[in-house]
Design a protein around this ligand. Structure first.
Ligand SMILES: [Fe+2]
Length: 192
């Protein structure tokens, strides 16, 4: 049945009624046409939390990251961040939003009074400057972060000390994976 523009809005009825037009026989049929030529291959990483310690790329004392998707074409990255002991992730500013999901342990920002605990989702707003710390007795925290654009490292007054973007992340991965024998091109599987 086609959608009727004049029909009263009914919140219980989806506006998109493709489900009503499809027979049960067709429901489980795969899409039978080619994917767009420009659409890059998907990424599936079964061991996102790697058993192989070498996959973790050292970033600072007690801080590592594990690349999942390094989007060179869109300028963002998705990674697991691991901080151990009293690790501190340098004070930084985000010009664009960041999304986080805490997989293990807990952490907080010196600038806020909340604590991100295991299972928590965190939205970091554009313009935020903050300093991530892991407090005792937490031995280790692991959080999935999707970071857009860049992280600008700053002093307590906001003066710039450095930056990271998807390209510096790729460089760090290449150098580390070459170092530990996996080969610099090990990172290529994560780049889109
Ligand atoms: Fe942040």
């Amino acid at each position: 049945m086609p959608y009727d523009e004049n029909e009263e809005s009914d919140m219980t009825t989806p506006r998109n009624r493709t489900d009503l037009r499809e027979s049960t026989d067709e429901a489980r049929l795969p899409y039978r046409h080619a994917q767009p030529a420009e659409s890059p291959p998907e990424i599936v990483i079964p061991d996102a939390l790697p058993a192989d310690e070498r996959i973790w790329v050292p970033q600072a004392e007690n801080v590592w990251f594990r690349p999942l998707c390094l989007s060179a074409s869109r300028g963002y990255w998705v990674n697991l961040l691991r901080v151990r002991k009293a690790g501190v992730l340098s004070r930084h500013r985000h010009p664009q939003p960041v999304h986080g999901f805490v997989l293990k342990g807990s952490w907080r920002y010196l600038e806020h009074d909340w604590v991100a605990t295991e299972g928590a989702y965190v939205y970091e707003a554009p313009g935020e400057t903050h300093t991530l710390v892991v407090d005792e007795p937490v031995e280790e925290m692991v959080t999935l972060f999707q970071v857009n654009g860049c992280m600008i490292y700053v002093d307590p007054d906001g003066r710039q000390l450095g930056y990271e973007d998807v390209f510096t992340k790729i460089d760090l991965c290449r150098a580390h994976y070459a170092d530990i024998g996996l080969g610099a091109d090990y990172v290529d599987q994560f780049i889109r």
